[in-house]
Design a protein around this ligand. Structure first.
Ligand code: 13P
Length: 336
């Protein structure tokens, strides 16, 4: 077993998932301002450090994705943040793309940037302790989108990124996110997501990426948030599994879904239904940002000194998702 395959499996084994705490400073500022906390480096660190030192880290969280600011910060107890995460029993990871910009030639779409100088930045992150990385490609969905140009160019960037990351001995998380915004049906989401993922794997293979040493981070197959044709959780699970079975090569060790704007409970319930019928051979877990942090952030914003209370809220969410990653979650357990 290769070292990268081993790390990918350790991150996702036994129902463990990933905490996506890699919001850029701009996004994190919005999240904090929403709960009336001022967005200073100290406050951003305080909230994140509270999560990273929670007891659920050891049993539930196999990896934490950090942002550039956080990976270079030192905790209140003077530990480097990657060391704090390692000592909590989890792997530190880092978001390495520099964001999605307007795609020249198709101004309603985005292309993710960050390839220039990436090899050098990766070396720096590796030396800081990162074991894995993330790059997110983002796709609008409607009748004409995503365009072939967007599908092609984002897949190419994801593949170039992945090859560089593996060269630097880290596991790349490959995240092609077909957005939930719009009035499209789940069938549209299924078709476009399949096309997007297949193209990503064509490019990953062309760029000689070892598929056993990556983690795929896709969206679930959902109807758009303005769609009149909502589908049940059971249908979400069936369509998501069918899509991934048909578009992901069997070598890939694990899949960790993004939450993408689903509520905390929805994201847990859908993951649980997916795992109840998971017949794909892939580990199916979570790499949630909002769906792991929302309640904890809300609680913390009103009780900024109450570290234990905040951790209790986070631990519950992490445990519920780890149960869901094994198909063992239920509404009764949720409300106990
Ligand atoms: P959400 O789970 O909030 O969608 O965030 C996951 C993520 O990492 C997006 O890039």
């Amino acid at each position: 077993m290769s070292e990268l395959n081993k790390i990918a499996l350790e991150i996702l084994n036994n129902g463990k998932g990933i905490l996506a705490a890699d919001e850029s400073t701009g996004t994190m500022s919005k999240r904090l301002e929403c709960v009336n906390v001022s967005s200073t480096p100290k406050n951003r660190l305080l909230f994140r450090e509270t999560l990273f030192s929670s007891s659920s880290m050891r049993e539930c969280i196999g990896g934490v994705i950090l942002y550039d600011e956080t990976i270079k910060q030192t905790s209140s107890k003077k530990n480097k943040i990657p060391d704090l995460i390692l000592s909590s029993g989890s792997y530190p990871g880092i978001k390495v793309d520099t964001g999605a910009k307007i795609l020249a030639g198709s101004p309603n779409e985005k292309i993710t940037e960050g390839l220039d100088g990436l090899r050098e930045r990766l070396k720096e992150y590796f030396d800081l302790g990162a074991k894995f990385t993330k790059w997110r490609g983002v796709y609008n969905i409607s009748e004409n989108y995503p365009s072939k140009l967007s599908i092609q160019s984002n897949a190419h960037a994801l593949a170039r990124y992945s090859a560089l990351v593996q060269e630097c001995n880290m596991v790349p998380i490959v995240e092609p996110e077909v957005l939930m915004d719009g009035d499209h049906t789940a069938k549209d989401c299924y078709q476009k997501t399949s096309e997007v993922i297949k193209k990503c794997f064509d490019e990953l293979i062309s760029h000689k990426v070892d598929l056993k040493g990556i983690i795929l981070k896709p969206n679930m197959i959902l109807a758009g948030n303005n769609s009149k044709d909502k589908i049940s959780g059971e249908e979400v699970a069936k369509l998501t599994l069918e899509c991934l079975k048909n578009s992901v090569p069997s070598e890939v060790p694990g899949i960790a879904f993004l939450s993408g704007g689903q509520s905390e409970i929805e994201a847990t319930e859908n993951l649980n239904l997916i795992n109840k019928i998971n017949d794909t051979g892939f580990i199916m877990s979570y790499s949630y940002g909002r769906a792991l942090q929302q309640s904890a952030l809300k609680f913390w914003s009103k009780n900024i000194e109450d570290i234990e209370g905040t951790q209790k809220v986070f631990n519950h969410r992490a445990k519920m998702n780890t149960l869901a990653a094994q198909g063992k979650w239920s509404k009764e357990i949720e409300s106990k």
